[in-house]
Design a protein around this ligand. Structure first.
Ligand code: F6R
Length: 241
């Protein structure tokens, strides 16, 4: 794992944006894997700036998001579809029909998981996957204990994850209990992974990610085995290494 040490959140966002723009400009039909949460917001803003300064165009790009809450339609402001529309998609020239997220409101959720895998297969999998890091080591919504050979599936969210995400909802009760997420094996098939981490509260998780044993108890530890991971982390996040 390559570690790119940056000073702060803004530098992390800039660096991640630069690597993505470079890749999009290099590939004929780039496929991007995207994340939500607080961590990539600054990166999305940088990507929008690059697009507005005509440094990049997304007309040939396809995107797949990592995950989506179960039970929230895309119009719900807390759904990840809504987040992506607001923070990125509506500001760039990515074709609507090539911006994929699992549909957490689908009638048949198991079929939705299978269909999502098929779409990624047809797109020949992800060239660059952006990941954030959960305090408990989750990647996507793959909580501790998730099998390393998992594919896109339905998960019960950890209480710690629901509490960490409650800041976006009116109350903890409103945070969905389930989500659809790409599996760990799905994520590991990405050709390149950019793992973004900022802030001292993630320092312990970063320590386990880099130095801990590879174990399903700490899902992100599997990334030690991926051949092309760049951890872009700031001084706070790296303070326990
Ligand atoms: C989001 C996702 C999650 C987050 C993680 C960190 O799509 O899959 O794994 O990346 O929970 O969240 P933040 O960035 O809010 O600390």
């Amino acid at each position: 794992m390559e570690i790119l040490k940056v000073r702060n959140y803004d530098e992390m966002s800039e660096k991640a944006c630069d690597l993505i723009v470079e890749k999009i400009n290099k590939l004929d039909n780039p496929v991007l894997g995207l994340a939500t949460g607080s961590t990539p917001e600054g990166m999305y803003q940088q990507i929008i700036d690059s697009y507005q300064r005509t440094k990049v165009s997304f007309t040939k790009t396809t995107t797949f998001n990592l995950d989506e809450y179960v039970g929230l339609p895309g119009e719900n402001p807390n759904s990840y579809r809504f987040y992506m529309n607001e923070k990125l998609f509506k500001h760039i020239d990515l074709p609507d029909n090539r911006a994929f997220l699992p549909d957490g409101d689908a009638d048949d959720l198991k079929k939705e998981c299978r269909d999502y895998e098929t779409l990624m297969y047809i797109a020949e999998y992800i060239d660059v996957q952006v990941l954030g890091l959960g305090l408990n080591g989750h990647i996507g919504f793959n909580e501790p204990g998730t099998a390393f050979d998992s594919r896109t599936h339905i998960v019960e969210l950890d209480e710690t994850t629901r509490k960490a995400n409650a800041r976006f909802f009116d109350s903890l009760e409103d945070v969905p209990k389930k989500a659809i997420t790409m599996g760990i094996e799905t994520i590991m098939e990405s050709k390149k992974i950019l793992l973004l981490v900022s802030g001292e509260k993630k320092a312990e998780a970063v320590f386990r990610l880099v130095n801990g044993e590879i174990s399903e108890d700490f899902p992100a530890s599997i990334l030690q085995k991926h051949e092309n991971v760049i951890l872009i982390a700031d001084e706070g996040a790296l303070s326990k290494l």
